[in-house]
Design a protein around this ligand. Structure first.
Ligand SMILES: [Cu+2]
Length: 449
């Protein structure tokens, strides 16, 4: 039986968090029950009324979902931001998996206007597996505008919690030929579901029972390593799309990516799951514990620095349902350029909004050949399509389906998608500050105006 859905009200709001013992006013995307974000049952549509109570103009992007472009949540001229106090209705077919939503307006994402968007599928529902959703974020008591000004100001004098120390570190992922440059910003805290390791979320789970972690990297400018400690996990999906399971204890997650990891607790006790910042000892996390187990305090500082997030996992991934095997109709070269000084990031030498539009046609198999000429990695996100990773540094793979892929320093990643969603679509670096400094372009279907 198909029931008409009553639209869910999602409120873009402000809220107050306590971080490191201090109050901070941030944004949120809040469901009627007060929880962050939305969870949909199998077969439900994204029938939502977005109520903008944030006090600012905003627009919210349904990251990884495949709506009509006018509902995608990008501030095109045809789809302007929602004014403060206004509402906007949405209705589109959902695809199952771990997704998220975030503001695509200015730098609001840094102020935590981000939340999970979970769509259960019938099989995982039937398995009745315990699930936990964890949204990671980076946090600063400074405003994002202040952080951006520190990055773009011409001098190099920067405060300790604002700017990077400038040194960078050697890439350890085997992809780089020169020093990699990590972490544009030194944040005041890193959050897992709004909490630090001083007061982490504790999830109670039974011994031996499978537990599905849906981990979302909602950070604006931070790549993490997920460290399961003594637990061993299996990655079963990335960016909401099922992969042939990959086992391990440490997995990289770039900005905007998601990892679905199944773990089991081997015995009574408390098991921390850390998210450690690449190039740093700083970490956040949460705790899995059996009923009644004592949960000790876990340090927010790891014993050693984490290496650069790399493509070590990517090379092992393959989609459960890959794209059909067919030749490409068009290949779009995409050169990732730019530098820290001046702080400007480009695609094919152009800086948004002065970008060169790539025009494609419905029905084409499109390749994008991304070549990174910079000393930083860039998590590249394409709106409106799931793409498959086809080659890493010219080595072909039958990779994962994704919506965001990391292109390492001086690395090269080839992706493919089928042009089946006519519209205007953004392709951009998901480092918020790189995007704001120009690393964005448009892929437009011929005939769309
Ligand atoms: Cu970037």
């Amino acid at each position: 039986m198909v029931r008409a859905q009553t639209p869910v009200r999602l409120t873009a709001a402000t809220r107050v968090l306590e971080v490191n013992g201090k109050a901070a006013t941030v944004f949120g995307l809040v469901a009627p029950g007060g929880q962050s974000g939305l969870t949909f049952a199998p077969g439900q549509r994204f029938s939502v009324t977005l109520d903008n109570q944030s006090g600012q103009d905003t627009i919210v992007h349904w990251h990884g979902q495949l709506p009509d472009w006018r509902q995608d949540g990008f501030p095109w001229p045809q789809t302007p931001p929602i004014a403060a106090g206004a509402t906007k209705p949405y209705d589109f077919k959902l695809i199952p998996g771990t997704f998220w939503m975030h503001s695509h307006q200015g730098l609001q994402e840094q102020q935590l206007m981000a939340a999970p968007l979970i769509v259960q599928d019938a099989a995982s529902r039937a398995a009745d597996m315990q699930e936990e959703v964890v949204l990671l974020h980076d946090f600063s008591f400074k405003s994002p505008e202040e952080l951006m000004r520190a990055l773009t100001r011409p001098t190099t004098s920067m405060g300790s919690t604002t700017a990077k120390d400038g040194g960078g570190m050697s890439g350890m992922g085997g992809m780089t030929t020169g020093p990699a440059d990590l972490n544009d910003i030194d944040f005041d805290a890193y959050l897992a579901n709004d909490r630090t390791l001083a007061d982490p979320q504790t999830v109670r789970a039974a011994i031996g029972q499978p537990l599905r972690l849906r981990i979302i990297n909602g950070a604006s400018s931070t790549n993490f390593w997920i460290d399961l400690g003594v637990l061993r996990g299996q990655v079963i999906a990335v960016d909401g799309h099922d992969v042939v399971p990959v086992a391990g204890r440490r997995f990289p997650i770039a900005m905007a990516q998601r990892l679905d990891i199944v773990v089991r607790l081997p015995a009574a006790g408390a098991y921390p799951v850390f998210a450690q910042v690449e190039g740093k000892s700083a970490r956040t996390g949460f705790v899995l514990a059996t009923g009644g187990a004592h949960v000790p305090r876990f340090s927010a500082t790891a014993a050693s620095l984490a290496p650069a997030v790399d493509l070590s996992l990517e090379t092992k991934l393959s989609a459960v349902v890959p794209l059909a095997d067919r030749p490409a109709d068009v290949t779009l070269p995409m050169v990732l350029g730019g530098d820290m000084r001046p702080y400007r990031w480009s695609l094919n030498g152009r800086v948004w909004p002065d970008d060169a539009v790539s025009v494609i046609e419905t029905g084409q198999r499109v390749l994008i050949d991304m070549i990174n000429h910079t000393g930083m990695s860039h998590p590249m996100h394409l709106h409106g399509h799931a793409f498959q990773v086809m080659a890493i540094n010219t080595t072909p793979i039958v990779g994962a389906l994704r919506d965001t892929v990391l292109v390492p320093p001086r690395g090269r990643v080839l992706i493919a998608f089928d042009a089946d969603n006519a519209g205007r679509w953004a392709l951009h670096c998901h480092n918020l500050y790189h995007m704001a400094a120009g690393m964005m372009t448009e892929i437009r279907y011929a005939g769309v105006v």
